[in-house]
Design a protein around this ligand. Sequence first.
Ligand code: ZN
Ligand code: ZN
Length: 481
Amino acid sequence: MASNRGVAYMGPGKVEIQSIDFPKLALGSRKCEHGVILKIVTTNICGSDQHMVRGRTTAPKGLVLGHEITGEVIEAGRDVEYVKVGDLVSVPFNIACGRCRNCKDGKTGICLHVNPARPGAAYGYVDMGGWVGGQAEYVMVPYADFNLLRLPEKARAMEKIRDLTLLSDIVPTGFHGAVTAGVGPGSIVYVAGGGPVGLACAAGCQLLGAACVIVGDMIPERLQQAKSFGCEVIDLRKDATLGQQIEQIVGIPEVECAVDCVGFEARGHGKQAGVEAPATVLNSLMTVTQAGGKIGIPGLYVTDDPGGVDQNAKTGNLSIRIGLGWAKSHGFMTGQCPVMRYNRQLMHAILYDKFHPAKCVNVAVISLDEARQDRSGLRVPDHDDVLHAGALQIGNELVRHIVRGERRRIPAALFATARHIEREGAPEPAIGLQMQSRQSLLPHPAALAAAVQERVIDSFGHGDRASATQTTLIVLGIFPL
Ligand code: ZN
Ligand code: ZN
């Protein structure tokens, strides 16, 4: 029996790589003939994983994380008709049966048959049905014909894998925010949050033909990133209202539509920039969105938040000024993105070179050699506000983790690992850890890197040598300064 390893959540701030069962084509005691087993090719750590790792959800210990999966089909159940062994596929993070009322309506984020507790399920996520996650070497995907998006032939797909890996969640999620905000040709839109989802949303707004895309954040590097592909930016640390700052750009203190790419771990702005204020984004969006405008809300809000700022926030009750939204006849769209509504078109846009999300969200996979050659190319943003770490596993052996740890300089951690691997004679790098800046509340990339480094060395140091020699290096793609 082949082995499998995955990243397990072990309590706030703690994840571990564990040996886990090789996936079976089974649903409980029943054979899952409509499922496939994937060998994972790439996977991303999502900002929403960070909510769990930070202890801000009720995720159970031992949950194997990971819902952003791209992989190769290595086994298919009897009833899988159209997906073939050997296909390279993108897996929408929403698990959907394809048979229920909601699936038939295209609302695959709220499938009725995949989570006994509530509508909607995902791999490796709290409250999402208990499915085993894909930050692992292998994973089982049910209802494969319905769920999977087949990527084109492998060589072509691998050329664009840095973009295509984003189709499992972040890119459709950002795009969904834009679509549900009503963005279209000539729109003037404000995107709250310049992390990967915000940046993906901004890129999506451009793809939809928006005339002016304004991204607001508190982190200069993210604003710089947004500028790099033609967005206007607003620095929320400034002591001016959002409306005033919008006015400086478009001449009036309003936009036509807005997207919340921040979610419940939001912070205030101006002098309050350091203070958690879970309703602040929604309230500010109602303030700046013109009457009749729509607000897309792909940012995550939870029903239970053990780390909530007050008793209300702990149960997802936020002080939202709904009266204002009502008075302005705002439209709101909440909830998970139904990925398959968008992923095929976005794949085409990527393959035909019309859309370059990896560049916009700053995916970076750097090989060990590159790291050796150009150490100056690795820069560490000097703030502790990086939220979203993404990891790409190009190859198969190791995994990726997210752990909260002490702040350290990334290069030191990275090169210690590099030297270690050099000594151990590991083959060429196959793994890239990419780190992306998202919102302002998750661990510092240096801490993540240090954690990864420690864990890798750990796994080397505990008799895990056979796999260690096939494992390669962690490489960091850091936010450019
Ligand atoms: Zn995600
Ligand atoms: Zn369904």
